[in-house]
Write a protein that binds this ligand. Structure first.
Ligand code: F6R
Length: 602
């Protein structure tokens, strides 16, 4: 989604102060980019649709400034054109904006009556004009922003330059992420920390309706009553190398190859030297769980549902956050709502969290980004340690979300006295070996890459599986379609014959996942049904299923360590196949079209 950066400090090149930082936000997804900078006591604007490289080309390398704001836009209101790109300047105000102004049409009417004309179709230009309109009657720029907040409905993170204070950058936010980077004689604003690490590791998280006034040597934080407030300074705990491909051709491949290591790091935080769980809450009081998330995080939740329901004997509903936030939900004090989010900033997941909290329900977050909105607002946060995930398609964070749900399941089982301490320890001992098994699969990537060459020219690929295998199929299918643009569907294997099987014909590719020992014979029957209609079947299974597998055209066998580890192992071939298929189709793997890494608008 949109990205914001802003710089006030030394007179240095725009490329260094703004463009370099903006590039670190490319992974969030965008379709145009722009910059506004102060030069000869004026604000100049350059903006271009398409990649940041288009913008870069339009900026002279020798162009310097001591203050500016820049933006990557992911179109919501109006096409991805130069004119709709940010920054917008109206009268004496220039802004960059993330979020959606919900009452922009109402404000636009008012402003047109006051004589304003609009060049773009964006809500942001309206917000900018509204600030300019307020500025006409108010001298103090903090007061202008305070009044602006009162008149705006919706979400925003804003970087603002007022023509009458060309050495001061202003920022504010409501429901869209914003941080402030602090350095010596240089201060920054950004929508996420990756855009400040070129300059500093010190940053402050901005809360809703706070207003920040930044100059070269000073940063002041104000609450919505314009009282100065003290803020906690945080420190980024990863280095700029996290944004390096480290020799891999794509971030996605690098991140898949990090899976063993990040799993090891995460397990170290939750399993102690005596093979007992640490840093986990007591789950004994819960009788019901709701898992709420979007996309891959929701698919991780589905894997968790199958394991927790069968193992800990407690009902688990998995819900898509964009639905959950608006529907009637049946929960009570015995329900735990688990929100899963890599970024911790997904708008629908945040809204679902707030809904549960308002209703007095306990919430727990499985989150990657430290101090993100979800991490801060849940009652309990369990961090996964994926590190920075740059590729838009999640891989390592998904794997750790699944791992965390497995640990939660074991703790639940223990708290509900379904297993004793020794049984828990022996399961956790196995868990500690999981990174080694993952590594073995990762070392085998050529085997999976070969399968990609069978698939990459197809336009429809089906995934089938039963029970937990269906949950794995959902993620495999999403991974494939989002980066390769091949149409793909995941089906419960037994459901296929109720309609979708009519799409199976000669050489239709079907990927079958069959790791659930309770239902594998049923899955075999379903595979034979598609084979009988001409399908070409790639089967992913486990080594403890001893059946003859000659009915499949290709077979991938993963080790059956135990049921907790299998979903983590089975996803690796699927991630690698998807990667290679997209590669062979020449797709923009790390930044698939229309997608954003962090979906901060609903
Ligand atoms: C797919 C993908 C998305 C995210 C979803 C939720 O590869 O990455 O489906 O899983 O947008 O994002 P987070 O986890 O940040 O809430």
């Amino acid at each position: 989604m949109c990205g914001i950066v802003g710089y006030v400090g030394k007179k240095i090149s725009i490329q260094d102060s703004l463009i370099k930082n903006l590039k670190t936000l490319e992974y969030r997804g965008y379709d145009s980019a722009g910059v506004a900078y102060v030069c000869d006591n004026k604000v100049e604007i350059i903006k271009k649709s398409g990649k940041i490289s288009n913008l870069e080309e339009a900026i002279d390398d020798n162009l310097t400034s001591n203050m500016g704001i820049a933006h990557t836009r992911w179109a919501t209101h109006g096409d991805a054109t130069d004119i709709n790109s940010h920054p917008h300047k109206v009268g004496c105000v220039t802004i960059v904006h993330n979020g959606i102004i919900e009452n922009y049409l109402e404000l636009k009417d008012l402003l047109i009556k006051k004589g304003y004309n609009f060049l773009s179709s964006t809500d942001t230009e309206v917000a900018c004009a509204y600030l300019d309109y307020l500025k006409k009657d108010i001298d103090n720029n903090l007061e202008v922003i305070k009044e602006f907040q009162k008149g705006i409905k919706g979400s925003y993170a804003l970087g603002i330059i007022f023509d009458d204070e060309l050495d001061t950058l202003y920022a504010t936010k409501c429901d869209s992420p914003l941080i402030i980077g602090l350095s010596k004689h240089e201060n920054l604003i950004a929508s996420d920390v990756s855009a400040i690490v070129n300059f500093t590791k010190k940053y402050v998280i901005v809360n809703n309706l706070e207003i920040i006034k930044l100059t070269k040597d000073k940063v002041e934080f104000y609450n919505s009553d314009l009282e100065i407030i003290n803020k906690k300074i945080e420190e980024v705990n990863w280095s700029i190398e996290a944004h390096d491909k480290c020799g891999y051709e794509h971030y996605m491949l690098k991140e898949i190859h990090e899976e063993a290591e990040v799993l090891r790091n995460t397990l170290n935080d939750y399993i102690d030297v005596n093979a007992f769980l640490k840093n986990m809450p007591d789950f004994s009081k819960y009788k019901k769980i709701h898992i709420v998330a979007c996309g891959s995080a929701m698919h991780a939740g589905l894997v968790g549902k199958y394991i927790i329901e069968s193992d800990s004997e407690i009902e688990v509903n998995v819900e898509v956050a964009s639905e959950y936030r608006y529907k009637k939900v049946f929960y009570d004090k015995d329900t735990l709502v688990i929100l899963i989010s890599q970024s911790g900033e997904t708008a629908d997941t945040i809204a679902s969290l707030r809904k549960a909290k308002e209703d007095g329900i306990d919430t727990l977050g499985i989150v990657n980004v430290v101090s993100s909105t979800i991490a801060r607002e849940v009652d309990t946060v369990l961090y996964i340690k994926a590190g920075v995930e740059v590729a838009v398609a999640t891989t390592k964070a998904y794997l750790l979300q699944v791992a965390m749900l497995m640990l939660i399941n074991l703790k639940l089982k223990y708290d509900k006295k379904l297993i004793n301490k020794d049984e828990l320890s022996s399961s956790l001992d196995m868990f500690k070996k999981a990174p080694n098994y993952l590594q073995e699969l990762l070392n085998n990537e050529d085997t999976y890459f070969k399968l990609a060459s069978i698939l990459y020219q197809d336009e429809d690929i089906f995934f089938i599986g039963r029970g937990i295998d269906y949950a794995i199929c959902m993620e495999g299918s999403l991974k494939l379609k989002e980066i390769s643009y091949i149409h793909s569907e995941a089906y419960q294997a037994g459901e296929l014959k109720h309609g979708t099987i009519s799409l199976i014909s000669n050489n239709t590719k079907v990927i079958a996942v069959m790791t659930d020992k309770d239902v594998y014979l049923k899955t075999i029957s379903n595979i034979k049904e598609v084979k009988a209609r001409g399908a070409y079947v790639i089967l992913i299974t486990i080594d403890s299923i001893k059946e003859e597998l000659e009915f499949a055209d290709e077979v991938i066998v993963v080790k059956d360590i135990n049921k907790y580890l299998t979903p983590m192992l089975a996803i690796i071939p699927l991630q690698l196949i998807s990667y290679k298929v997209a590669y062979l189709r020449n797709c923009d793997i790390d930044k698939p079209k229309n997608l954003a890494k962090s979906v901060t608008v609903e």
